[in-house]
Write a protein that binds this ligand. Structure first.
Ligand code: HEC
Length: 286
């Protein structure tokens, strides 16, 4: 009897010990995961989006808002262009160069010495590319910058094409952009006007409600599923960002997003006719 009790007690102690070991293992794993996560997050006190009173987007009069321009504008606002880290913290060209101008409140604790300035050559952006100096720079406006003779101050480039590839791949460790993406970005940057609007001119409110739906026409026509999926992803994440803006019409945004999902489903099932019907409905609603 007593022996059996002892055995049971031993077993219980063993189980208890084991649970403690498991528990501390779980705690350890949790702590190291949290640490890994924390390294990917922005330091507290940082501010990367200019939600209140962003500068107006000045587009040169007569700019043709064609496919290339629209795509460039969309990419300019898409974190996926700048690689994994940017996606995690939601950072795009537009975070710093808001509406082609300057986000004067942009601040990352440790990389900025004051708002509107940032060190872009720090290993925070990418392991291995660190110039070893804390050198925050003013975020420049891109208005009219297409006419510059050279680009950048730390690394100087003779043209916008070379500078744009450098920004994406070297500064932010993004994936190599294809030629179409770079050309589109340049087309958008070329359209940024340095001239302030005349008082009589109306401000073109393009910033928050631009429709990118027409970009889907080409992949639908070509029945190009990977391209369709990629563009829908970009457009959907743009709607996600818009939903955070003050006075966002979230119901309308949700409706569009679910129509996009439906369109994607139809196309995936090879029913391009139905997909086109949804496309036309979406285009006419915009
Ligand atoms: C974290 C903030 C940040 C992000 C994100 C960012 N930039 Fe910049 N950008 C800067 C800073 C700071 C400079 C000044 C760097 C220098 O002078 O070398 C700059 C310079 C530039 C210039 C040169 C302007 C000139 O007159 O010389 C261009 C063009 C430019 N950025 C385009 C882009 C594009 C396109 C993207 C997205 C692919 C982008 N930037 C993303 C901060 C940023």
């Amino acid at each position: 009897m007593a022996a059996r009790h002892k055995k049971a007690l031993h077993l219980r102690l063993l189980v208890f010990g084991f649970s403690i070991a498991l528990f501390s293992l779980a705690l350890n794993i949790f702590a190291s995961l949290a640490l890994a996560e924390a390294e990917n997050w922005l330091p507290p006190g940082s501010s990367t989006e200019m939600l209140d009173s962003p500068p107006p987007e000045l587009i040169k009069p007569g700019t043709e808002k064609d496919r290339e321009w629209l795509y460039g504008r969309l990419l300019f606002r898409s974190p996926s262009l700048l690689g994994e880290k940017a996606v995690r913290i939601g950072l795009s060209c537009n975070s710093c160069h808001t509406n082609g101008h300057v986000n004067t409140s942009f601040y990352i604790n440790g990389l900025s010495d004051r708002p509107g300035r940032i060190d872009v050559t720090n290993r925070f952006w990418q392991a291995g590319f660190e110039d070893g100096i804390a050198n925050p720079l003013d975020i420049p406006s891109l208005r009219g910058s297409a006419d510059n003779k050279f680009f950048g101050t730390v690394n100087v480039f003779p043209d916008l094409h070379a500078f744009t590839s450098h920004v994406i791949m070297i500064e932010f460790a993004g994936p190599e952009p294809n030629e179409e993406a770079i050309k589109a970005l340049i087309s958008y940057m070329n359209s940024l006007d340095i001239n302030e609007l005349e008082e009589s001119e109306p401000v073109v409110e393009t910033s928050s409600d631009m429709s990118y739906i027409s970009l889907l026409h080409r992949p639908l026509e070509n029945r190009d599923m990977p391209e369709l999926d990629r563009l829908i992803d970009l457009i959907r994440s743009d709607y996600g960002r818009r939903a955070k803006l003050p006075a966002a019409q979230t119901d309308a945004l949700h409706l569009t997003v679910s129509s996009l999902r439906e369109l994607q489903d139809k196309a995936a099932k090879d029913d391009f006719e139905a997909a086109f019907v949804i496309y036309r409905k979406l285009s006419s609603d915009q």
